[in-house]
Design a protein around this ligand. Structure first.
Ligand SMILES: [Zn+2]
Ligand SMILES: [Zn+2]
Ligand SMILES: [Zn+2]
Length: 333
């Protein structure tokens, strides 16, 4: 797609976008428009359908006064650089476009206004492998949860220092939350994003996703730690990549399979309301058995067990379920 910068165009090359944003005044303009943006206004939900007249546009003079920069000619020069892609000019004034809103949101989510932080904390949930207390720690925009006793699900190359999970969580998510609440919010935030990946849609940019299985065919996890070849406990991992925005996610297939409707129904039939975007998914994934049936073509079998009853799913290399067998505790053990 060709990069255009006229007012009617909403496309801009990445280089041009960086150039436009690489200026403090322009950034202050975006931030000011964001601060004046009212999420309660229904016009903002359907902004580009013209069903409502937004009351949130800001007049030139109001914007100029609030930003408080230089003479109005110079200010206008910077404002005009933003119009088209990041800022929309209407009859009444100026407002953020969707791209301008997303830039402001990314910066707000990624920066820390009041510097929220959480200390290392013990969470009131047991390790799914050994039952010992689990510990959460927040660093580099990631929440890492490890077991106080065992080496968890992923280990370093020595088979030690393992974690149960390390998942990204924006610092704004810490605001007003206890360590326990941040722990549950991290799981809800990430597992909902992972479900979008599984549905083939990048949760960041909505592009198509490349999904593949990463199989350790000579997998030998030890009692204490993971497999020396792949440093993890599970032999089969799902890798999700968005080539457009370079967002990635990966995790055990035993977790991904718990998003399947047939698994939810199986739990429901046993009186369990299984909610994928929760800690229960991590706990239940430890009770799912994985087996590599064939490598060419790839066929893997996952067995979910509830109260002695089993649900056996055979998957191909594209993660399609090609066979489903339900067994009772009498017939399938
Ligand atoms: Zn443990
Ligand atoms: Zn993407
Ligand atoms: Zn391995």
């Amino acid at each position: 797609m060709a990069a255009e910068t006229d007012e009617n165009s909403s496309t801009l090359s990445p280089e041009a976008a960086f150039a436009v944003l690489g200026n403090e005044t322009r950034f202050t303009i975006l931030q000011t428009l964001w601060e004046l943006y009212e999420p309660d206004d229904p016009a903002n939900v359907v902004k580009f359908s013209d069903l409502y007249d937004s009351e949130d546009t800001v007049t030139f003079s109001d914007l100029y006064d609030r930003v408080g920069y230089g003479d109005s000619g110079n200010f206008n020069y910077h404002l005009e650089k933003l119009v088209g892609h990041f800022v929309r000019r209407t009859e009444d004034g100026y407002e953020l476009t969707q791209a301008g809103l997303e830039i402001a949101q990314a910066v707000i989510a990624g920066t820390v206004r009041e510097c929220p932080s959480i200390d290392t904390a013990t969470i009131d949930e047991g390790c799914p492998r050994c039952g010992a207390p689990i510990v959460s720690d927040y660093e580099n925009h990631h929440l890492a949860v490890s077991c106080s006793r065992c080496s968890g699900i992923w280990q370093d190359s020595t088979g030690e220092n393992g974690v149960l999970f390390t998942l990204p969580f924006p610092p704004t998510g810490l605001s007003g939350r206890t360590a326990e609440e941040a722990f549950h919010a991290t799981l809800a935030y990430n597992l909902n994003r992972i479900r979008s990946f599984i549905d083939g849609v990048c949760p960041n940019c909505s592009s198509a996703v490349e999904e593949s299985l990463d199989v350790c065919t000579t997998h030998e996890p030890g009692d204490e730690g993971g497999c020396p070849r792949c440093n993890r406990q599970h032999a089969i991992e799902v890798s999700e990549i968005c080539r457009q925005c370079k967002t990635v996610a990966r995790g055990p297939l035993t977790i991904a399979i718990l998003a399947a409707p047939v698994v939810t129904a199986f739990y429901y039939d046993h009186g369990v309301e299984h909610r994928f975007a929760s800690w229960e998914t991590f706990r239940r994934a430890q009770t799912v058995d994985e087996e590599i049936l064939e490598t060419d073509p790839l066929r893997v079998r996952l067995t979910v067990t509830v109260e002695g009853d089993t649900l056996r799913l055979t998957l191909d290399e594209t993660l399609n379920v090609v066979d489903i067998v339900r067994g009772t505790s009498n017939s399938a053990q």
